[in-house]
Design a protein around this ligand. Structure first.
Ligand SMILES: [Zn+2]
Length: 205
C-alpha cells in the first residue's frame, strides 16, 4: 500500500471493550492531533443520538488524579452508549485546552491556595479554551443528524449548536464523585456556570 492509499483509507475499526463493541473513528486535525469518535450501534442518519463530548484529561483518566471527575464522567458516558447506543467524541484538548504543562503549572498554584479559575488567570490563560467546532464536524462526518447531549456544562450546549449540530435535548451526566474532587466541582459550579446533580432543572436551550 502506498502512502497516498493509506492516507485515503478511513481510520476506523470496531473493537471489543468493557462497555461492549465500540466502533472507533479517528480524525486528525490541522495541528496533527488525533481525536476519536467512539460509536455504539447505528448513528448514521439518526436523530437524537445519545452523545457525550469529552475532553482529554490525562491526570484523571490515566494517572488516577482525584482533583476532577473526568475519568468517572468518561466511564459513565461510555457505559451509557454501550447500553443504549450513541457516540462519545473524545477531544484531545487537555486542561480545558491550555495543555498538560500549563495544567500542571496551574495545579502547583492551586496547591498554594488558588482556585482553578484564579490559577489560570495568574498564568495569563483564559478559563476555558475548548472549542466545540471540531466536535460538530466529527458528528456530522459520522452522519449524526441531531443529539441528546449528556453534559453538566450549559456552554457545551451552545458551543455545539454554534458548530452546526442540533442539540435536541440534554441531560445531566451523574456519577459518583470522590470527596477530593468535590471542591473542584464547587468552583466549576460557582464560577463557571456548571450544574451539579442537585442543581439540575428542566432543560432550557
Ligand atoms: Zn479532569
Amino acid at each position: 500500500m502506498t502512502d497516498d492509499q493509506r492516507q485515503n483509507m478511513p481510520a476506523e475499526a470496531e473493537i471489543p471493550t468493557r462497555y461492549g463493541a465500540l466502533r472507533l473513528h479517528v480524525f486528525t486535525d490541522a495541528e496533527g492531533k488525533e481525536h476519536v469518535a467512539a460509536v455504539a450501534g447505528e448513528v448514521r442518519n439518526q436523530r437524537s443520538v445519545l452523545c457525550r463530548i469529552h475532553s482529554e484529561c490525562l491526570t484523571s483518566e490515566i494517572m488516577g488524579s482525584l482533583k476532577c471527575d473526568c475519568r468517572e464522567q468518561l466511564e459513565t458516558a461510555l457505559g451509557r452508549i454501550g447500553q443504549e447506543g450513541g457516540v462519545v467524541v473524545y477531544l484531545r484538548q487537555e486542561g480545558r485546552g491550555i495543555g498538560l504543562a500549563n495544567k500542571i503549572r496551574a495545579y502547583a498554584l492551586q496547591n498554594e491556595g488558588a482556585d482553578t479559575v484564579d490559577a489560570n488567570r495568574m498564568l495569563g490563560l483564559p478559563d476555558d479554551l475548548r472549542s466545540y467546532k471540531l466536535a460538530g464536524r466529527i458528528l456530522q462526518d459520522i452522519g449524526v443528524l441531531s443529539v441528546r447531549l449528556m453534559t453538566n456544562n450549559p456552554s457545551k450546549i451552545s458551543g455545539l449548536s454554534n458548530a452546526g449540530m442540533t442539540v435536541e435535548s440534554h441531560e445531566p451526566l451523574i456519577c459518583d464523585v470522590d470527596g477530593l474532587a468535590s471542591g473542584y466541582l464547587q468552583v466549576k459550579r460557582d464560577r463557571m456556570g456548571h450544574l451539579l446533580p442537585g442543581d439540575w432543572r428542566s432543560p432550557t436551550l
